[in-house]
Design a protein around this ligand. Structure first.
Ligand code: GLC
Length: 464
């Protein structure tokens, strides 16, 4: 791999400049430092953005900032049970927080989505917190933080919110549109795959972190088994599976049926027929009643390969797909967030005609370098390091001159994003995370999980 050391050194310097302090201690990083655009909330610490900074810091051995962040988030977690619909539900962790000065004293101000555009709730925050807490514990060997009464309670509150009460009867998790990294309307409501992978990783982390005799342990084990089985069996798409769906019988009633979700073959979009290579596969973007979203979402697929939500064969097939469809999924700047873009009438109806999410821009088919660390982790897990090295080299050749832009536009990601900010922290941290993982592949275990024994003995939805 030929990455210039001064490029990596510059990235560390920029990452360090983004650190936020609270009462003298480092507690997070700002989302971006672009002097040319109004900050809005980009001067705050976003939970999902900091997760990428934390990956870089943990890999380098800087664990204090991560511990402080974990503490701050546990303090800010919504804890009161209230029926006021305008208040965050108990267990929710904030999308972001700011440090402000009140009467000469610093205070932390959380945002649970109340101030966000379109008021979207951050379903992913609690999962990132769990994933980081587990990585911190593994990196430091310090089990006392996770084992403290405060942290055990915080873990239980997240679980209560996610698994205790619900309307639906699938193992997957039902969420509103735009409730995670994609925080605008994009047709990612229902059972978006990206969220299911975070849910799965969050449950795996909680299983390790909660006391062995905790009453949630058996519920986690059972849910993990059903969830993995459901995802592997029903979300998976490769050429053979596509052919099965193409020949599906519909309107089947009862238990012993093949087309469990009543997917109409006519809903298979034209692009997917020629796009799925004969070698390679991926998990579909979404699956619900009468609905399969065939789009490829990178974060979930990479995450599934890292955390063993994908079985070994599926994980390799995901990397094969990336290799075979390199121009579409990596192109001139890694990594395509979602493929393909919604265009014309689909864009109008599914995004609500959102100009920021126009075709091949931003969430709608833009390219996001923050995903590099996950690409490296997935590559290491599947023994395909050369793919991540190639992707990192592509990014390195352009990122410093592109001032660490937030995202890139166009079918191949050649253009700096229409409204992209410069000096976007998770772009910088994504590069550093990838670089560190490729240098120290053994450290991928901070974020990976081994094959879950529970999967083997689980039963599918149509067998219960
Ligand atoms: C945008 C992204 C979101 C990110 C935030 C800060 O809103 O969609 O995922 O957390 O910017 O970078």
């Amino acid at each position: 791999m030929t990455i210039r050391t001064d490029f990596i050194e510059e990235a560390w310097t920029e990452l360090e400049k983004s650190i936020i302090r609270y009462r003298g201690e480092p507690v997070g990083t700002v989302a971006a430092r672009d002097p040319s655009i109004e900050a809005l909330n980009y001067d705050q610490c976003f939970t999902r953005d900091f997760a990428v900074s934390a990956v870089a810091f943990l890999l380098r051995g800087d664990t204090d900032i991560v511990r402080n962040f974990l503490n701050v988030l546990a303090d800010l977690q919504s804890r009161d049970k209230h029926l006021d619909c305008f208040r965050p539900g108990r267990g929710l962790m904030p999308a972001s927080f700011a440090v402000e000065s009140r009467d000469g004293e610093e205070v932390l101000l959380p945002d649970f989505g109340e101030h966000a555009i379109a008021r979207v709730p951050p379903v992913d925050s609690g999962f990132w917190w769990l994933i980081l807490l587990r990585a911190y514990t593994k990196r430091t060997g310090d089990t006392s933080l996770a084992g403290s009464a405060k942290f055990q309670q915080a873990i239980r509150l997240i679980l209560e919110l996610c698994i205790a009460s619900r309307f639906d009867m699938y193992p997957t998790m039902l969420v509103p549109d735009g409730s995670y990294m994609i925080d605008r309307r994009m047709g990612v409501h229902g059972y978006p795959f990206d969220i299911q992978t975070l849910f799965h990783a969050g449950l795996c982390a909680a299983q390790e972190l909660l006391a062995e005799d905790d009453e949630y342990q058996s519920a986690i084990k059972e849910r993990l088994g059903h969830l993995s089985y459901h995802i592997r069996r029903y979300f998976w798409l490769d050429f053979q599976r596509l052919n099965e769906i193409y020949r599906y019988r519909v309107e089947e009633y009862g238990r012993d049926i093949l087309n469990a979700f009543n997917i109409y073959p006519e809903s298979i979009p034209g692009w997917v027929m020629g796009w799925i290579p004969s070698r390679g596969g991926y998990f579909a973007g979404n699956l619900g009643p009468g609905r399969m979203d065939f789009r490829f979402f990178a974060q979930g697929n990479l995450m599934a390969a890292v955390t063993s939500l994908a079985d070994a064969e599926q994980a390799s097939a995901i990397m094969d797909l990336i290799e075979q469809r390199w121009n579409d999924l990596i192109g001139e700047m890694p990594v395509k967030l979602c493929f393909p873009a919604l265009e014309a009438q689909d864009w109008r109806t599914i995004t609500g005609a959102d100009p920021k999410n126009s075709a091949w821009s931003y969430h709608n088919g833009g390219n996001w370098p923050f995903l590099l660390w996950l690409t490296a982790a997935a590559a290491v897990r599947t023994g395909r390091e050369e793919l991540a090295e190639r992707a990192l080299e592509t990014a390195a050749s352009r990122l410093a001159t592109a001032q660490w832009a937030e995202y890139f536009d166009g079918r191949d990601g050649r253009l700096v994003g229409k409204e992209a900010r410069a000096f976007q922290t998770w772009t910088i941290a994504g590069v550093l995370g990838a670089h560190e993982i490729l240098r120290h592949p053994e450290l991928v275990e901070l974020f990976s999980f081994e094959e879950n024994a529970a999967v083997a003995c689980s039963v599918s939805m149509d067998e219960v």
